[in-house]
Every structure is written in C-alpha cells, then in structure tokens.
Design a protein around this ligand. Structure first.
Ligand code: URA
Length: 204
C-alpha cells in the first residue's frame, strides 16, 4: 500500500516537514515530477489554502500556485483585500501528475489513492500550522479533507468541522475557472469563488 507516512517526520513543524518532503517516494508520482512542492507561508498562518497538486510551473519552481491558477488566486485575493503572504498555501498532492504531449506536460487529476497516499503530508502541515480555517480549492483538496461524499457544487462556501481542523471550507479551483466553457459561466464561477473567499476572510 502506498503512503507518504514513512517519509513524514515525527516533528510536525513547517521546517522539519520542508526538510523531509524532497525524499518522499510514498507513491509513484515522484518518479516523473521534477520535485515535491510543499507549502509556503507563515508557520502559524490563520488561514491555510489547499490546492490539488503542483502544476507545470510549480513543479519547475518548487513553489505552490505560481502559474496561471496562482495568478488568478492572487488577483482575487488582492481584490478582496486578503494578503496572500499571510496565508499558508499548499496542495493535497505534493508531486505534479501529468501526461507528456510533445513539449507540453498536461495536468492529470490525481487518483483517490494518490490523494490518500499524500494525505500524511497535508495532515502534518495542518498540525504544524494549526490554522483557524482551511480553504480547499477544488474537488481533490475537498476529497482529502472533507471526504468522498462532499459535493463541491452544493456545499461550496459552507464552513464545516473535521477531525483535522474546526473550520474547513471548499470552493472552486481557480484552474476550473480558467477552463470555463464560455464567458457567462466564467463570470458566474468567479462570483462564486469571490463570495466564498470573502466569507472565508470573515470566518477567519
Ligand atoms: N494548481 C494547484 O492546485 N496547485 C498549485 O500549486 C498550482 C496549480
């Protein structure tokens, strides 16, 4: 059974976690990714934002949300007056999963087994940071922390309690907004995303 657990240090501090993460071979994804990408942000941030997995640029740079999805996240946070540097930003899965298409590396959704295998890292980060509120971006992060019965489109923006953190919320993934089929659905998704993040800022 694949799991990151043997690679996660006993000491749950962001420093210890960051030092141990590069050696993770807890599932197969490390084989093709450039590097594992851990969280970034204050060690005791009040809000933790959890994405799905690093994308192409994150994989290269070793930092979360520094590509197109990150730019949309940054813009939205800025519009809401939320300072990204005060948030701890991480992902449910620490290695980039992709298929190679010529020069392009195309994102692939992580399997539930990969999300589950990587969960010990996320739980260690939560234990280290102890955020007041966790915001899951998209279905993969929600699956990790809220379980398979959570329905993103029905329950986005609801503040829920979990064994890991007292307050957990999920909203759209910025990449989903970038992939919207037309302008009308894009603006509708943007409104949803903004409203949920605005609520998160208030809850926190
Ligand atoms: N999408 C994610 O879910 N996480 C990142 O870090 C970048 C893109």
């Amino acid at each position: 059974k694949t799991s990151a657990a043997p690679f996660v240090p006993a000491e749950h501090t962001v420093t210890a976690i960051g030092a141990a993460l590069p050696a993770c071979e807890g599932c197969e994804l490390y084989k093709h990714a450039t590097q594992a990408v851990g969280g970034v942000g204050p060690a005791h941030a009040k809000m933790m934002v959890v994405g799905e997995q690093p994308g192409d640029q994150e994989d290269i740079k070793g930092l979360p949300f520094v590509g197109p999805a990150g730019r949309l996240l940054d813009q939205t946070l800025e519009e809401l007056g939320i300072d990204r540097s005060e948030l701890y930003v991480t992902n449910a899965v620490k290695h980039f999963k992709f298929v190679q298409k010529g020069k392009l590396r195309l994102h692939e959704n992580p399997r539930l087994s990969e999300i589950t295998a990587c969960k010990p890292w996320l739980l260690a980060e939560i234990d280290a940071v102890r955020p007041k509120l966790i915001v899951c971006l998209g279905a993969s992060a929600a699956k990790s922390l809220l379980g398979g019965t959570f329905g993103l489109m029905k329950q986005h923006g609801e503040v829920l309690s979990t064994p890991y953190a007292e307050r957990v919320m999920a909203t759209l993934h910025p990449s989903a907004i970038l992939r919207a089929r037309d302008d009308a659905s894009r603006s509708q998704m943007m409104e949803m995303f903004k409203a949920d993040l605005a609520k998160a800022a208030l809850v926190m």
